[in-house]
Design a protein around this ligand. Structure first.
Ligand SMILES: CC(C)(COP(=O)(O)OP(=O)(O)OC[C@H]1O[C@@H](n2cnc3c(N)ncnc32)[C@H](O)[C@@H]1OP(=O)(O)O)[C@@H](O)C(=O)NCCC(=O)NCCS
Length: 170
């Protein structure tokens, strides 16, 4: 598995990968997704490019089998103040899930930010996603006790969605 920081030319592929993984694709879903909780696309290539431009230290790490092969999975990382970094948009393409790519991406993301001085990784998860919360707990993440309302710009399919904060000491 090649785990490398992605470039502008990869963002269209990454947006498709994220949208398929989070919300489903042609009626297909992976082992964990939020398609039953939130409607519409999660992001676009333009939004990713704008977010990267607005966060000069942010990056998107990607997993490939070969250097010129398709992006199989990706994860967003940005400094979150103090000694913490934030991890978001972790996604593995539906066809590649359940084979350890997510686990390898998460470990590589943690190693990368630790090498840049981070002592703590933070992330948020919709509070109802028990399978995903369990997956993060098995990787050493714990609930901080904090949460925030799910962002109002998305169309939610259920009332009262909260983003639950989790973190891990690196
Ligand atoms: C979450 C995600 C990144 C994990 O990537 P992945 O490559 O599928 O994960 P891995 O292959 O490394 O791990 C598979 C795990 O899923 C578990 N799993 C597989 N099928 C499962 C199922 N039907 N129900 C519950 N767990 C299941 C396996 O037991 C394994 O867990 P373990 O290693 O602790 O035993 C990926 O599923 C994804 O993109 N999901 C949609 C996007 C998303 O929700 N991202 C996170 C937002 S915070």
């Amino acid at each position: 598995m090649l785990l490398k920081i992605l470039e502008a030319g990869d963002l269209a592929q990454v947006a498709d990968l994220i949208n398929g993984a989070y919300r489903g694709e042609g009626g297909r879903t992976g082992w964990t997704h939020e398609g039953h909780l939130v409607a519409g696309n999660r992001t676009t290539a333009a939004e990713l490019a704008a977010d990267l431009a607005a966060n000069p230290q942010a990056l998107i790490l990607g997993a490939r089998h070969e250097a010129d092969g398709p992006v199989l999975g990706s994860v967003w990382l940005n400094p979150a103040g103090g000694d913490a970094w934030y991890l978001g948009l972790l996604a593995v393409g539906i066809d590649g899930q359940g084979r350890g790519i997510g686990r390898q991406l998460l470990a590589a993301a943690e190693a990368l930010v630790a090498a840049r001085g981070a002592r703590r990784m933070r992330l948020t998860v919709i509070h109802l996603r028990d399978d995903l919360i369990g997956w993060y707990e098995r990787r050493g993440y714990g609930r901080t006790g904090a949460s925030e309302p799910f962002p109002a710009e998305y169309t939610t399919l259920q009332d009262g969605l909260q983003l639950m904060h989790m973190d891990k000491a690196l």
